[in-house]
Design a protein around this ligand. Structure first.
Ligand SMILES: Nc1ncnc2c1ncn2[C@@H]1O[C@H](COP(=O)(O)OP(=O)(O)O)[C@@H](O)[C@H]1O
Ligand SMILES: [Mg+2]
Length: 271
């Protein structure tokens, strides 16, 4: 674990996770120091990948004098659909939340097939077989596989209206079909970076992407978590919707240049 004070004002606790769109070497881009004693309170960002137990992490860092930018409650609000959804239900696909996967009739009473199923936090690595469920038969398979899936089994399931998204050329093996989707990073309500979510496919650049950013901004305003990510996409019928929110500490940069993002964060800290 590496603790750096970046540009004299932001602590970053990092660990390389081996994912090129997540890891970022602050030392190469910004003046960094490594104080062996932390004398002054400064905000701190964790860049250690997925955080299994945020509250413990928060308390451990607090004991070192490091104040993580998102409180445990804010982390939950950003990461779990059951918490952010009620704040932005008009900006994102209609969703029902369950304690366990519901019986098929509960789905049919509320949705038309296909439906989009995921855990309150995430899908199983964007595997379409476990997320885009086209009929009863496939739902039965998903019910069987959900409990044994290492990512899904501990999460509360959510069932979402399947909204066809505007497709883009290209394909990423094992993942849902890439669409006109973007990721945006928000630092205390201000955008510090946004860019294409599907960085693996040819560049897409719809002329109305700024309208999507406005939707994301409204979501960021309502969710109001200090360091937040809002993913948004263009639907096949031309609307912009929010796909999900997340704690930005856990999020990959996708096509966003990370040095610009962090320079923007550091500038906002001066304001
Ligand atoms: N309701 C939906 N309808 C259609 N496609 C969706 C829907 N929700 C998500 N997707 C697609 O599936 C992908 C993965 O879903 P997402 O909710 O972002 O899961 P994760 O939390 O694992 O990233 C999204 O990037 C988007 O392309
Ligand atoms: Mg996602």
């Amino acid at each position: 674990m590496n603790i750096a004070l970046v540009d004299h004002k932001l602590f970053v606790v990092s660990e390389a996770v081996g994912v090129s769109v997540y890891d970022f070497n602050f030392e190469l881009h910004f003046p960094c120091s490594h104080p062996y004693q932390i004398e002054r309170e400064a905000p701190c960002v964790l860049r250690i990948g997925a955080i299994a137990d945020y509250e413990t992490e928060f308390n451990d860092k607090a004991a070192l004098g490091l104040r993580l930018v998102n409180s445990p409650a804010e982390h939950k609000l950003a990461s779990e659909l059951e918490h952010w959804y009620p704040l932005i239900d008009d900006l994102t696909p209609r969703t029902l939340m369950f304690d366990e996967l519901p019986e098929v009739h509960a789905i049919e009473a509320n949705f038309a097939w296909p439906v989009f199923i995921k855990g309150s936090r995430q899908t199983s690595k964007h595997n379409p077989e476990l997320s885009i469920v086209r009929d009863r038969g496939q739902y039965e398979q998903v019910m069987q596989r959900y409990k044994g899936d290492p990512i899904l089994h501990w999460q509360k399931p959510v069932v979402r209206e399947f909204v066809p998204l505007a497709p883009v050329p290209g394909h990423v093996p094992g993942k849902v079909v890439p669409s006109m989707e973007y990721r945006s990073f928000w630092w205390h309500g201000e955008c510090v970076g946004w860019g294409r979510y599907w960085y693996q496919v040819p560049i897409y650049d719809p002329e109305d992407a700024a309208s999507g950013l406005e939707v994301a901004q409204e979501a960021a305003r309502r969710v109001a978590v200090p360091f937040l990510v809002v993913d948004f996409a263009r639907t096949a019928d031309g609307r912009w919707i929010v796909i999900e929110c997340n704690d930005a500490q856990e999020s990959g940069y996708v096509a966003i240049p990370p040095h610009t993002l962090w320079r923007n964060v550091l500038e906002k800290m001066d304001a």
